[in-house]
Design a protein around this ligand. Structure first.
Ligand SMILES: C[S@@+](CC[C@H](N)C(=O)[O-])C[C@H]1O[C@@H](n2cnc3c(N)ncnc32)[C@H](O)[C@@H]1O
Length: 394
């Protein structure tokens, strides 16, 4: 089953679903009422062959970073040699979680923890992890038709812990252009369903069952600790509060925030001032300083208050590495109190361009796109090579 098809582009329909969004806005924060403890050893996977599957995430997520996973694995392996093996790899902007799944499946880290502020996405991962058999059975029952697409677009749960939320997420993600869950993206194949790609062309239930079983396997083997529905800052604060036994040097946070531009069209929760997908026309972010306060909040935290080693990926925007309020600094600069009382370190920030291959919609040839990758892993772990290039302006 391929995840890249020609013609898979954002089409705009007149459908909007803000009522459904509002109704899901307070999903439970954890899979169970309390955060799951780190107790119990990490067990082998029931089916280790799943760790080598080409595609592991059941979601085809807009902005997914599957292409970065091999690079992140190399960084994590290099840092293991100097800092020790990561006890936890936390992904606070989980989305399709492709990097985390690969790290956990192939045992590059002890455990992973996923979190996302979008209740639809977080609930999907919670049910996929802890109620795998139920979700698989439910998926097989579900007809993949235009009528069901209309049903799910207008469906809103009565309870925030409803398992059907996971079905909605999976269904819409696999049947909507570009995997967009919210807003105005239409069904694959269009409303007329006359295209060569029908609404079910990405809904291979057998392939999805394998991927869902992999998520369940990660959870029962204790490799996937928990799934939270939270803002990224709460996730990082709560990891420290719930798991004080973790060593800061052996926790890596991988942050892949929504991009400055267009993210309001892609995600239910974005860094757009409107707070996520909004049906208003012409909504756009025009600059870091005028509209990017959430990006500034993240940058300030990562420069001054982050207790854990971090890896950050972003769209390649020059201001990110030239603006002092973003990531111009080459070293973390915690305030005296954070340094003395909370032990926040002055880790170096290493910056690289990453060249990712991707397929332009409808094009036969693959193109190369530059992403920014910044990290506080020790600089000796971050090589310069054909995949990781130096920034000219440093
Ligand atoms: C670029 S996507 C992540 C893609 C992911 N790395 C992947 O490979 O699929 C950004 C994600 O951040 C989530 N998000 C937006 N605002 C957030 C916030 N304040 N806290 C946590 N997650 C947020 C969105 O719901 C979206 O899933």
């Amino acid at each position: 089953m391929t995840d890249v098809l020609p013609g898979d582009d954002l089409l705009v329909s007149s459908q909007t679903n803000s009522a459904a969004l509002a109704a899901t806005s307070s999903a439970p924060a954890h899979i169970v009422a309390q955060p799951r403890a780190l107790a119990g050893s990490v067990a082998p996977l029931v089916d280790p062959s799943m760790a080598t599957m080409r595609y592991q995430s059941p979601l085809r997520y807009p902005g997914a970073k599957a292409g970065l996973a091999p690079i992140i694995i190399d960084l994590v392996e290099a840092s293991t040699r100097s800092l020790g093996r990561p006890q936890l790899f936390v992904e606070p902007f989980a989305g399709g979680a492709s990097a985390s799944l690969r790290l956990a499946g192939a045992s590059h880290v002890d455990r992973i923890l996923l979190a996302d502020a979008d209740p639809l996405v977080a609930r999907f991962w919670q049910v996929a992890a802890a109620d795998t058999d139920w979700l698989i059975d439910r998926m097989y029952e579900e007809p993949v038709t235009l009528a069901r697409w209309d049903y799910w677009r207008s469906w809103a749960p009565r309870r925030t812990d409803d398992r059907e939320i996971a079905v909605k997420c999976l269904f819409l993600n696999r049947t909507t252009f570009s995997g967009i869950l919210h807003g105005r993206a239409g069904p694959i194949g269009g409303r007329a369903q006359t295209s060569e790609y029908a609404i079910d062309c990405r809904f291979n239930k057998d392939a999805l069952e394998r991927r869902l079983r992999f998520i369940g396997d990660l959870y029962t083997s204790n490799r996937l600790v928990d799934v939270w529905c939270k803002d990224w800052e709460d996730t990082l604060a709560d990891v420290a509060e719930y798991y004080p036994q973790l060593l800061p040097n052996r926790v890596i946070a991988y942050l892949d925030p929504p991009y400055l531009r267009k993210s309001h069209k892609l995600y239910g929760k974005s860094f757009d001032p409107a707070g996520g997908y909004t049906p208003k026309t012409g909504a756009t972010t025009s600059g870091w300083m005028s509209n990017g306060w959430q990006h500034l909040r993240l940058a300030e935290y990562l420069r001054r208050r982050a207790a854990y080693r971090w890896i950050l990926s972003y769209d390649n925007e020059p201001e990110l590495t030239s603006c002092p309020a973003l990531y111009a600094a080459n070293r973390m600069t915690p305030g005296r109190e954070d340094a003395d009382i909370c032990g926040i370190r002055r880790w170096r920030i290493t910056k690289r361009y990453v060249h990712l291959r991707y397929t332009v919609s409808g094009a036969a040839v693959r193109s190369i796109k530059a992403e920014l990758l910044l990290t506080t892993l020790p600089p000796s772990c971050v090589p310069v090579n054909d995949r990781l290039r130096e920034l000219e302006n440093l």
